[in-house]
Design a protein around this ligand. Structure first.
Ligand SMILES: NC(=O)CC[C@H](N)C(=O)O
Length: 223
């Protein structure tokens, strides 16, 4: 398997994401700098990690979405390559138009850093097939802009098409319909605010994030 983790100025979860990919797939991912004009060829999986790209200036993820490398990420997503955006990565995905809606300031106006209960809403996606349907898992969040917003029509479409992958099972940040993670139309792009890469070994306090990586790696026909 050939995976890549994209790093932007201000990313701070790129190392954790790379470690999670290597521990679970057995292969270290390529580390790709945002300013590179071209993505390496033949990628099977692309991860946009969490952090504070460009200091969250303008809007979280807005400037990173304009980085040269994103043209390649958008093209790869259109070819069906699985793309995972976590936290700031989710914000980059909405800002770049790969996912609908926006991540606004948390309803309580504070940074939230704790482990939350998440319900697996769709256990048949590329990213969630190793979870049991309706399972509630524990995954950490760490963000100030995690309040998911989309208009009612978009929300209804996301729900109707099974594109809500994860929903908060408790009150967290004011997200519309408690949405924590969504899929694109093709099901190969997932954006989520909680950090699965921070819950892959017992020393993290829980391993509920492992199945997400196992799901997507199992779906790849390459070893
Ligand atoms: N951990 C993160 O990726 C933080 C995301 C984002 N910059 C926020 O605080 O909303």
């Amino acid at each position: 398997m050939r995976a890549a983790v994209i790093t932007f100025p201000g990313s701070n979860c790129d190392r954790d994401m790379a470690v999670a990919i290597e521990k679970i797939s057995g292969r270290a991912p390529l580390r790709v700098w945002h300013g590179d004009a071209e993505l390496p060829d033949g990628l099977d999986f692309i991860a946009l990690p969490g952090g504070f790209s460009y200091g969250d200036y303008l809007r979280s993820g807005a400037m990173a979405a304009k980085s040269p490398i994103m043209q390649g990420v958008i093209a790869a997503a259109a070819r069906g390559v699985p793309v995972l955006g976590v936290c700031n990565g989710f914000q980059v995905l909405t800002e770049s138009g790969l996912l609908p809606g926006a991540l606004m300031r948390n309803a309580g106006q504070t940074f939230i850093c704790r482990t939350v209960a998440l319900k697996v809403e769709n256990s048949q996606s590329l990213f969630t097939s190793r979870y049991d349907a309706g399972r509630v898992i524990a995954i950490p969040v760490a963000h100030h802009d995690g309040n998911y917003f989309a208009d009612a029509e978009t929300l209804d479409r996301l729900e109707g098409e099974g594109r809500v992958a994860f929903r908060y099972a408790e009150s967290v940040n004011g997200s519309q319909r408690d949405i924590a993670g969504i899929l694109n139309e093709g099901g190969n792009v997932l954006g989520m605010m909680p950090h699965p890469e921070r819950a892959i070994e017992a020393d993290h306090g829980g391993i509920d994030g492992r199945a997400l990586f196992e799901s997507v790696f199992a779906s790849l026909s390459v070893a």
